[in-house]
Design a protein around this ligand. Structure first.
Ligand code: ADP
Length: 550
């Protein structure tokens, strides 16, 4: 036991092995004969946490510490090479190691090597190991080099990791360059660090190093630059992903095309270092959408223009209708006045055919009067001030029934209201509406059938099904007027609401063809709907839908 030598104190496993070894059996002899420089170096080595190996003497005997142990691996040299001659201990690498050792021993110079591949025998086989190490001279009391201290790190893991990284980066680039979608990587300031082939080709750049932040100014559409800066700025500030659509100039055509650019923040050790992203052409979709938008805008404008024209024409027509009917009243009144005087004073003096002609004049004047009256109320339906009031339909129907009393009695007709309802309407307009519809039902009754007219109401909230212009969810009152009259062919159901549209001659039924046009206008004034269904000889159903509340 060499316990008495303090330079062999501690030193872990290697310290113990050195103390236990019987050095007297080796050419070095017992430790008490070892030179001071050897003792000191071994003491430093044993107590260093850094992997160290000492070659000593002419035969370059090996000493190493616990930190060096793992470098030797299992089932290899340890502990066999402790104190062994260098050539014997490092046989497999001696050809490489010896010349370096010679530089140190012969010239007294130090050596430094980084990531040098020196395969060694460990773990039961020859392994490729990368080393970063220094060889430095250990001098004895006389100043001669009598040993070489090797301080070493096994950098195999680091070298392989870097290689793997390079390899995966190479593979990524290869793949990225095949992609038709742009792929890019930037730093924190959105300066391009990597751009794939598709992107470089498009903007006309052959190296990504040339792709500075400045390039964006040249290739992004001037109108989109603000949006790009704002979008990127926001993403940088908030460290968020972003999605932007903007135009980029294609180098080969100098034309701008639309791209959708997506980016996500890139982190290294929890710190944001930039963005990774893609960009895809959306030019086809965009130009189609643009075309569509323009088309819609044009159409909307055309429609608005013709609406304005239509409105102006309508106004003109209305004032014409109003003025002409108003002005016609005066001469008509005169005709009526003088025919009355003639009838009173001179009628008897006329011949029989004169009397007939005179009667025809009178009835024509009467017809003209009703035409003028209808025209006036038609044009008034628009211009009159509308004051909505809550009314009970029942009261209104009763009023109209008493107006129609004579006619009802003559035809022995019946008007039944099944179900009344409260309504918010312009009372005298709505009264006219009910009057026109009921009087038609009476007028267009069958000759051989007593008129039977039924009015029913229902509050509904799905009025949109009946007509697109009615509002979904709003409360409407649906009024149906059903008669058992002569009816009409279904295809006339829209036409009958137009001015002067009559399905019968004035000889068959008196009328002006304005009644239903007035009804339609009143319904429009109430933001409602009117429609009719019928079949010849099977009666008609008129449906009026108006909001319960305006
Ligand atoms: P008119 O003054 O001719 O009654 P309207 O505008 O009131 O004018 O009606 C237009 C046409 O619709 C009528 O000429 C008639 O042919 C038809 N019509 C209206 N109401 C009915 C009904 N209840 N039954 C059958 N036909 C009708």
């Amino acid at each position: 036991m060499n316990k008495k030598f303090h330079f062999l104190d501690d030193g872990g496993e290697m310290g113990r092995l050195m103390r236990e070894k019987d050095w007297s059996l080796t050419p070095l002899g017992p430790p008490d004969g070892w030179p001071q420089s050897l003792r000191t170096t071994i003491n430093i080595l044993l107590n260093s946490p850094f992997p160290m190996l000492l070659f000593w003497g002419k035969t370059l005997k090996s000493f190493y510490n616990d930190a060096y142990r793992p470098i030797l691996g299992n089932d290899g040299k340890h502990p066999r090479i402790l104190g062994l001659n260098g050539k014997e201990a490092w046989n497999e690498v001696w050809e490489e190691v010896e010349p370096m050792l010679k530089v140190v021993t012969d010239k007294g110079e130090s050596i430094w090597r980084e990531n040098l591949l020196i395969p060694i025998f460990r773990n039961g086989r020859i392994e490729d190991v990368y080393w970063t190490f220094s060889y430095s001279p250990v001098k004895d009391e006389e100043g001669d080099v009598s040993g070489v201290l090797v301080i070493v790190t096994d950098t195999t893991e680091a070298v392989l990791a870097e290689r793997r990284l390079k390899e995966s980066e190479r593979r990524f680039r290869e793949l990225a360059n095949l992609s038709p979608v742009w792929i890019w990587v930037t730093d924190k300031e959105i300066n391009i660090q990597y751009a794939n082939r598709a992107l470089l080709d498009y903007v006309g750049i052959e190296e990504e190093e040339d792709f500075t932040g400045q390039v964006w100014v040249d290739v992004v559409h001037p109108d989109d630059l603000d949006l790009v800066y704002a979008g990127f700025g926001h993403a940088v500030e908030n460290k968020t992903e972003f999605a932007l659509e903007y135009r980029v100039k294609r180098h080969s055509t100098s034309k701008y095309e639309w791209f959708k650019v997506l980016g996500v923040p890139k982190y290294e050790k929890e710190e944001m270092v930039g963005f990774v992203g893609t960009a895809m052409s959306i030019d086809k979709q965009k130009s189609f959408a643009d075309e569509l938008k323009m088309e819609v805008e044009n159409r909307t404008k055309e429609l608005a223009d013709s609406n304005i024209k239509l409105e102006a024409m309508n106004k003109e027509l209305q004032s014409f209708a109003y003025i002409s009917s108003h002005d016609l009243q005066e001469p008509l009144r005169k005709i009526q006045m003088f025919t009355e005087i003639l009838l009173d004073k001179e009628f008897d003096k006329l011949s029989d055919s004169g009397k007939t002609k005179f009667k025809k004049i009178q009835s024509a004047a009467f017809r003209m009067q009703s035409l003028i009256n209808d025209l006036l109320s038609y044009s008034r339906a628009d211009t009159e001030q509308r004051v909505f009031e809550k009314i009970e339909l029942e009261n209104l129907v009763e009023d109209v029934k008493s107006d129609l009393g004579e006619e009802l009695q003559k035809k022995n007709g019946k008007i039944t209201l099944l179900n009344s309802s409260e309504l918010e309407v312009v009372p005298f307009q709505f009264r006219q509406l009910v009057y026109n519809l009921l009087s038609n039902s009476l007028k267009y009754a069958k000759n051989d059938t007593e008129p039977d007219i039924t009015i029913d109401t229902e509050t509904i909230t799905n009025a949109q099904i009946i007509d697109d212009n009615l509002l979904e969810g709003k409360e409407y009152v649906k009024i149906t007027i059903t008669d058992n009259g002569i009816g009409f062919e279904e295809h006339f159901s829209k036409k009958i609401f137009e001015v002067f549209q009559r399905l019968h001659t004035k000889q068959e039924y008196v009328g002006t063809g304005i009644g239903l046009a007035i009804v339609k206008k009143i319904v429009q004034n109430h933001f409602g709907y009117i429609g009719a269904t019928s079949e010849l000889n099977k009666g008609s159903v008129f449906t009026v839908v108006v909001p319960k509340q305006q």
